[in-house]
Design a protein around this ligand. Structure first.
Ligand code: ARG
Length: 399
């Protein structure tokens, strides 16, 4: 069946994707269908693309609410894997495969010939979108107009002016990407790694120096995912929103790092991920209580590999699902409560309990007599056997 001359464009309403919209029509000769996938960005970032699509007279515009799917199938996996890449809880990276899948789904429904996105050739997102599209729809053409025409920012602005696309004012200094799991802030003056992020870049977190009152929060987990906050049962989306609110009002979750992009470029990144920081901290504390030393040690490797796969756009690599098998098995026992104390931007675990706790107060106590200390002597004697042998061999061979 021949395909329709349609390109489905991931559309945010911003400068890049608005230029793409016009380029797809003018340079590539497509009817453009715009898609905005709602993964928890602010209200106006859902409304704006819709209004702009109408204004630019696109063929059709779609909004897909994917918040619940994002929370349950992506963010919750991130929590179970304590997924953090170089200090970054992967908020933007986790949403990209889901957006790509929705693009493919819509392109299929419309029998479209192409899928388009506004990524440049320098960033990570082009990888994250295209690996998925290639795996799921190898027959669909992928177009990235900005990258494919090798446009610079200034060339884009010129093109925008010619086509009545509003150019963001100077005050829009930063490039911001926001979803349920966090806010990424980059570009503008922040490209200087010595430039301290000014207060104006933060929207979810209160200035830590103003957080003068401490707050306790209790989080309950079932099979590795949060289900209650302070005793209230909440659905997946709301528990993440609530976590962002609580940690954010305590100044928790500001992250400033130099990050290694997929291409190898180092970039300076700022994030606000209050909920992610709090939930992963609590989740790790519960794992420490219920998993064995061997499991914890091995899981650290699994977790960092998992985060790497997410970051590098390899959500569809079979290894990710293999690791999910291991992770889900360990999470069967990650049930219980964690109490955290938040204060002035800091966060501390101050309590934990679980029906699966491997911790035994009786055994570890100095008052216990059931565990006969004398039985340990033999074990202690042979504990450092190889190191002791090494010491004697070394002395023997000394000339
Ligand atoms: N560096 C992060 C990543 O690759 C975030 C990129 C966010 N984009 C933005 N326009 N701020 O996942």
């Amino acid at each position: 069946m021949t395909k329709e001359k349609i390109a489905v464009l991931a559309y945010s309403g911003g400068l890049d994707t608005s230029c793409c919209l016009k380029l797809l029509e003018e340079e590539y000769g497509y009817n453009v269908v715009t898609l905005c996938v709602d993964v928890g960005q602010p209200e106006e970032e859902i409304r704006e693309p819709e209004e702009k699509a109408k204004k630019y007279g696109v063929y059709r515009h779609y909004t897909i609410d994917a918040k619940e799917e994002f929370a349950k199938e992506y963010i919750f996996r991130g929590i179970k894997a304590n997924a953090v890449y170089e200090g970054y809880p992967l908020s933007t990276s986790l949403a990209r495969p889901l957006i790509a899948l929705k693009l493919v789904q819509l392109a299929r429904e419309l029998n479209a010939e192409a899928i388009a996105h506004g990524c440049t050739g320098k960033g990570n997102d082009q990888f994250r979108f295209e690996t998925i599209i290639l795996a799921k729809a190898p027959d669909i053409r992928v177009i990235a107009p900005i990258r494919d025409l090798n446009l610079t920012r200034n060339e884009e602005i010129e093109y925008a002016k010619k086509h009545n696309i509003p150019v963001p004012s100077e005050s829009k200094k930063y490039s911001i990407d926001e979803n349920l799991w966090g806010r990424s802030i980059e570009g503008g003056p922040l490209e200087d790694p010595m430039y301290e992020p000014p207060e104006e870049v933060f929207a979810w977190t209160k200035n830590p120096k103003e957080c003068v009152e401490e707050e306790y929060v209790e989080i309950e987990f079932e099979k590795g995912v949060p289900i209650k906050i302070n005793g209230n049962k909440l659905n997946a989306v709301d528990i993440i929103k609530e976590s962002n609110k609580i940690a954010g009002r305590n100044g928790v979750g500001r992250i400033d790092i130099i990050e290694d992009r997929i291409l190898g470029l180092k970039s300076r990144e700022n994030y606000e991920c209050p909920g992610a920081v709090m939930l992963i901290k609590a989740h790790k504390a519960l794992e420490q209580l219920v998993l064995t030393r061997e499991e914890l040690k091995f899981k650290e490797l699994v977790d960092s590999t998992y985060a790497d796969l997410i970051y590098r756009g390899l959500w569809h690599e079979p290894l990710r699902e293999d690791l999910d098998g291991f992770i889900d098995k360990t999470q069967e026992r990650v049930c219980g409560k964690v109490i955290l104390k938040l204060y002035g931007g800091s966060i501390r675990v101050v309590g934990r309990e679980s029906p699966y706790a491997l911790y035994s107060k009786d055994l570890v106590s100095f008052e216990d007599k059931d565990m006969d200390q004398r039985e340990i002597v033999g074990m202690v004697k042979f504990h450092g056997l190889q190191a002791a042998l090494y010491e004697s061999v070394k002395n023997k061979n000394k000339k």
